[in-house]
Design a protein around this ligand. Structure first.
Ligand code: 4HQ
Length: 225
């Protein structure tokens, strides 16, 4: 899967996507990540990417001409155009179902806004999906884009290795996970539930199922509706 990121801060993308599972997915060629600096597509002598909002108001708005030039450039870099996603609190909330839908795409282009956001004509004419990671305001779309890439990359076949499967995790089965424990079996008097040490596999499975249901009822009753 190819993922293009359009951003004014390409440096923000070194770190979280260079470690662990995402690092390996990139090394194995499963995730082909391309970061593009939007400022390279500014045309005036000041290389401006933003301007004052028509009608007045706070802050600056990212220019439609610069964004469109950057987008057209990256879309032409691969044979198939990518699904264009703009990260914004005005968007549809990111869910497990949406992550799976995006993961089925051969190519994504994720646009990160800064300041007060982008000229609405860019959203209207160039963006396929406007997506929010939650009801809070961040300083830019870079962290939301990394959240999306991380969540999507786990669903690329082979990305989690041979043993693991994204199906085993929360939300796929519509229940939260049971609690997990490892050695030592006792630490500062804090004990692991005895059933897990019993070796009785049927009882262990029953306990895990009961824990998942109880936790979901208590913490996320909305998932049971
Ligand atoms: N922003 N989910 C404002 C977000 C955000 C979110 C990104 C801040 C876009 C212009 N994006 N910029 N929440 O808060 O996706």
């Amino acid at each position: 899967m190819r993922v293009d990121i359009l951003t004014l801060f390409p440096g923000a993308f070194t770190g979280p996507l260079d470690v662990s599972i995402i690092k390996r997915a990139r090394e194995d060629g499963l995730l082909d990540l391309h970061i593009t600096d939007i400022r390279e597509f500014a045309t005036d002598k000041h290389r401006s990417v933003d301007d004052y909002p028509f009608g007045g108001g706070q802050g600056m708005v990212m220019r439609v001409d610069v964004l469109d030039a950057a987008l057209q450039h990256v879309q032409a870099e691969a044979p198939e155009p990518g699904l264009v996603i703009y990260m914004s609190p005005q968007g549809e909330r990111l869910t497990d179902a949406l992550v799976r839908e995006f993961a089925a795409n051969p190519r994504l282009v994720i646009v990160c806004g800064r300041y007060e956001g982008v000229d609405e004509r860019f959203v209207e004419h160039c963006v396929d999906r406007e997506i929010s990671i939650g009801d809070y305001i961040l300083t830019g779309g870079e962290l939301p884009a990394m959240v999306l890439v991380d969540a999507v990359a786990r669903h690329i076949p082979g990305a989690l290795g041979d043993a693991a499967s994204p199906e085993e995790e929360s939300f796929a089965g519509r229940l939260l996970e049971h609690p997990q424990y490892t050695r030592p079996a006792e630490y500062r008097g804090w004990e692991v539930p005895a059933v897990l040490l019993s070796g009785h596999h049927a009882n262990i499975e029953k306990w895990k199922a009961a824990q998942r249901l109880a936790r979901t009822r208590l913490r996320r009753p909305d998932l049971l509706e």
